[in-house]
Design a protein around this ligand. Structure first.
Ligand SMILES: Nc1nc2c(c(=O)[nH]1)N[C@H]1C(S)=C(S)[C@@H](COP(=O)(O)OP(=O)(O)OC[C@H]3O[C@@H](n4cnc5c(N)ncnc54)[C@H](O)[C@@H]3O)O[C@H]1N2
Ligand code: MOO
Length: 408
């Protein structure tokens, strides 16, 4: 393990994260039908205008009774009561229960006034005119009280909550037909590189299939954003600006991949230097060459390195949290767990290493998926987490504890 001082030529990961996050403002709030709110962030607290349940109702199919009428009932000495009413769920005109009688009642149906308990049908002879009950009941048995889930005026969801199925369920249950949510961040994903061709076409020697654009657009959508993909932008500065121009209006964030390192044909760097984007080396591996800024003072830009794993890891570390924050989500980071490493690893000094791994929540262990190389995309595809090896750590033994960022 080494404890070197931070390298002044490298930007700290946290600093670049903050710079990227500061580029994006929260998106506008749109009142949106509930069915279209899945995955969006709630913009205001949701307060219940009604209680849940809205009225006292039965938890079982059975008979609404007065518990005192069944005080002497038992398996050998049933009590017989006349069945006066049938109360299915949804019946709105339920008459009160008179002493010494029963109403047949279904799960979710309103409990008649006068009843203080429900006897499940299994504890009776299931009679429809008269019913024989083989058990006594406690007052309140099998009743669900109005407001016991949610009181009127209670906050059921707070602003910033990510709306999943359960959250949409409770919103519908309190009667919300639409919710104020942040609109998705609109992202233009642009990939450059003369060596790139579309999957599905023949590959010439020296060519590779374009994968970063598709991958990053999918990552944007997975993060809740809207993605437009612009591929095969030529390695030519004028062509780059021309390709970009028609898309800038309505784009909140431009993400590029490739063309930023030290070579002779770095179109992204050449086109964006002097046009509002700063390039830097971040103290991480993979993902060292990074850039961000505002294209000609307007649209936010993040330039990601072209190596596929570098692109994907950089998206996770810098872009995803910024997208989530701009879209109003309170939780912007992936969950992090501590895991026990199943094998040793080495890492570069002065850089935070993100290795790809598989975390087993059952054993709390993590195993590496592939070597550190930032072109090794298959390991990334097998991974369900990224190991975060701190900047000052250059080796870890098997059995060490390491932080893992869960990806799914
Ligand atoms: N002399 C130096 N060379 C390199 C340095 C350096 O500091 N000095 N940094 C290395 C590191 S680290 C990285 S990461 C890469 C970053 O390079 P670029 O961002 O300029 O990316 P490219 O050169 O355009 O491509 C790198 C690699 O990735 C492939 N690629 C690019 N785009 C795509 C795409 N859309 N789909 C699939 N694959 C893509 C490309 O073919 C290259 O193999 O630079 C190192 N070099
Ligand atoms: O930083 Mo590069 O991303 O190591 O391969």
């Amino acid at each position: 393990m080494s404890h070197g001082t931070p390298n002044p030529d490298l930007t700290a990961v946290a600093e670049h994260q903050a710079t990227v996050a500061a580029l994006l403002q929260p998106t506008e709030v749109e009142v949106t039908p509930l069915a279209d709110c899945l995955g969006r962030a709630l913009a205001e607290d949701l307060v219940a205008p009604i209680p849940l349940p809205p009225f006292d109702n039965s938890a079982m199919d059975g008979y609404a009774v007065r518990s005192v009428d069944l005080a002497d009932a038992g398996p050998e000495q049933p009590v017989e009561l006349p069945v006066v009413e049938d109360v299915p769920a949804g019946r709105v005109d339920v008459p009160p229960l008179q002493p010494g009688t029963a109403h047949r009642i279904m799960t979710g149906a309103q409990v008649p006034s006068g009843a203080d308990a429900v006897v499940p049908v299994e504890r009776t002879d299931r009679g429809t005119e008269r019913v024989r009950v083989f058990t006594s009941v406690q007052p309140g048995a099998h009743l669900r009280r109005a407001g016991e889930d949610v009181a009127v005026g209670a906050t059921v969801l707070t602003a910033g909550t990510t709306l999943g199925p359960s959250q949409l369920g409770v919103a519908a249950a309190v009667g919300a037909a639409e919710l104020p949510v942040h609109r998705p961040v609109r992202v233009l994903v642009l990939s450059t590189g003369s060596e790139l061709v579309a999957p599905g076409t023949p590959l010439q020697p020296g060519q590779i299939y374009e994968s970063n654009g598709l991958m990053l657009a999918a990552a944007v959508r997975d993060a809740g954003g809207e993605a437009t993909l612009l591929r095969f932008v030529p390695d030519d500065v004028d062509a780059f600006h021309e390709a970009l121009a028609p898309h800038l209006d309505g784009t909140d964030l431009l993400i590029t991949s490739g063309g930023v390192s030290a070579g002779a044909y770095e179109v992204v760097k050449d086109a964006l230097t002097g046009n509002g984007v700063e390039f830097t080396k971040v103290a991480m591996q993979p993902g060292m060459p990074q850039g961000c800024g505002r294209y000609r003072g307007g649209t936010a830009v993040v330039t990601l390195p072209g190596n596929p794993v570098s692109s994907m890891v950089s998206f996770e570390v810098f872009v995803r949290p910024a997208l989530r924050a701009a879209a109003g989500h309170r939780v912007t980071r992936r969950p992090v767990r501590q895991a026990t490493l199943t094998e040793p690893l080495t890492a570069p000094p002065e850089r935070r290493q993100y290795r790809r791994g598989r975390y087993d929540p059952g054993t709390g262990t993590v195993s590496l998926q592939g070597a550190p190389g930032s072109h090794l995309l298959a390991g990334m595809a097998k991974a369900n987490c990224l190991l975060e090896v701190p900047e000052h750590v250059t080796e870890l033994d098997a059995g060490s504890t390491v932080d893992v960022m869960l990806l799914d």
